[in-house]
Design a protein around this ligand. Sequence first.
Ligand code: ADE
Length: 242
Amino acid sequence: MKCDVLTLFPDILTAYLNESILKRAREKNLLDVKIYNIRDFASGPHRSVDDYPFGGGAGMVFKPEPIFRAMDFLREDGETRKVILLSPQGRPFNQKIAETYSREKQRFVFICGRYEGIDERVKTLVDDEVSIGDYVLTGGELAALVIIDAVTRLIPGALGDKRSVEDESFSWGLLDYPHYTRPREFRGLKVPQVLISGNHKEIWHWRRKEALRKTMRIRPDLIEKVVLSDLDKKILSEIEEE
Ligand code: ADE
């Protein structure tokens, strides 16, 4: 994934991008992120980036000029870009969009909004407006990080060799099954016997059942969307009978 991020708070992004999987993905050139401070593109003695709303009302509005100037600067290299505006008004981000973005060859630009809103004319620059959930954040930075993180995990090689394709496809569309590590008993809490049995078929069955059970309980809407095998349907009826 190749992307440029336009933000007023670069440090928020660099902190997260310089740790763990994203850091390694950058070192391996699987992820190329460049961060630009929108204030560097603001004019006037105060380099102001916000102004009062036309029509009145509370809060400030992100001015169009600094963002247009930042986009003009980025476009100087002639590369085409897919421009994403992060906002609570966008279409909801999900794993499917993460998959699509992970296959995208073009560079992305993530515009992180702030204040009460962004001047509507900025939307003429934008290909896609995306929200990470039905809540209002202080700015788009966390949303940009969420998207970059979710997309990077899907880039082959980003997670190392540990995660097998099999494991990925196992839980596709369902909530994950419960995980355990040593010790076998901790403060009286035991690891389910089946996981210690060494019987891979039974372990698979148990995990699938627990994933289905958890999804049914917490996210029944996901069960409606996922394609269930005949075995899944049998497991679901087993759960219902318990
Ligand atoms: N900026 C503020 N809230 C947001 C949200 N929920 N998603 C994306 N960007 C945002």
